[in-house]
Write a protein that binds this ligand. Structure first.
Ligand SMILES: O=C1C[C@@](O)(C(=O)O)C[C@@H](O)[C@@H]1O
Length: 252
């Protein structure tokens, strides 16, 4: 039995893949503007990429932005993500600061999900996941490789490791260098979806990998990222187009 869980916009890990729209503004104004636009779309989940925000390390600013987004997106679920430079993001902070910021966001009461880079400090991840969960959020463990796609065994090993660490969702985003790489990612996803208890989320990035973002109903990937305005990663397609594909591919 899949360990699914409830969000305000539906059950994560059940039915058609959820659609997540990222916010990548640098200033409060840009972030709030983006939240207002996303609120009017059919996104199930809104990801705030906190690493893009200039003042994310300021405690009051962090809480003010979270509260502001929460108020604007109303019933949509909110995912807080700090993507570090080591995994293709903007944030370069000490490890302790990274965990502390995630914990602040989790304890704020405005957030439903928090992303944790699983292999940044592998020995510490389980403990951090538990801390975040006890603050009342679900945790997405993540791994990114913006250069290449590991082989199928390695992809499955990492997704499995995330479950062992206690994550609620296991997520992997990798860059393909060939058509074979896209198929490898999709096959590994299907296999992990069969073998794991927790939902998996995967994507093959860039133009070449677009199909993997549409194929969740087939591969078992439980969520897909689609852009509203600026994309947060290469290969994301606009949410209106994603909506059409999801309707076409829906299993309902
Ligand atoms: O991990 C992911 C997936 C992603 O990298 C993508 O390729 O859609 C986009 C990021 O914003 C998100 O945190």
């Amino acid at each position: 039995m899949k360990r699914t869980f409830k969000l305000s916009t539906g059950v994560f890990g059940e039915g058609d893949p959820k659609i997540c729209a990222p916010i990548v503004g640098r200033t409060k104004e840009d972030i709030f503007k983006a939240a207002e636009v996303i609120a009017k779309t059919e996104a199930d989940v809104v990801e705030w990429r906190g690493d893009w925000f200039d003042r994310v390390e300021d405690r009051d600013e962090l809480l003010e932005v979270l509260q502001g987004i929460r108020g604007r997106i109303r019933e949509k679920a909110l995912l807080f993500t700090l993507r570090t430079v080591y995994e293709g993001g903007q944030l370069a902070v000490m490890k302790d600061t990274y965990y502390e910021l995630n914990e602040r966001a989790a304890r704020s009461g405005y957030v439903d999900l928090v992303d944790v880079e699983a292999f940044r400090e592998e020995e510490r991840t389980s403990e951090e996941i538990r801390k975040l969960q006890s603050a009342g959020v679900h945790v997405i463990a993540s791994f990114h490789n913006f250069d290449r796609t590991p082989d199928r065994e390695e992809l499955i090993r990492r997704l499995t490791r995330m479950q062992e660490m206690g994550a609620d969702v296991a997520k992997i985003a990798v860059m393909p260098q060939s058509r074979e790489d896209v198929m490898t990612l999709m096959e590994a996803t299907m296999e992990a979806d069969h073998s794991l208890d927790i939902p998996v989320v995967t994507m093959s990035m860039g133009r070449l990998g677009v199909l993997s973002r549409l194929a969740g109903t087939l591969t078992g990937s439980a969520m897909t990222f689609a852009s509203v305005g600026e994309a947060s990663a290469p290969g994301q397609i606009p949410i209106e187009q994603m909506r059409v594909f999801c309707q076409l591919l829906s299993m309902k």
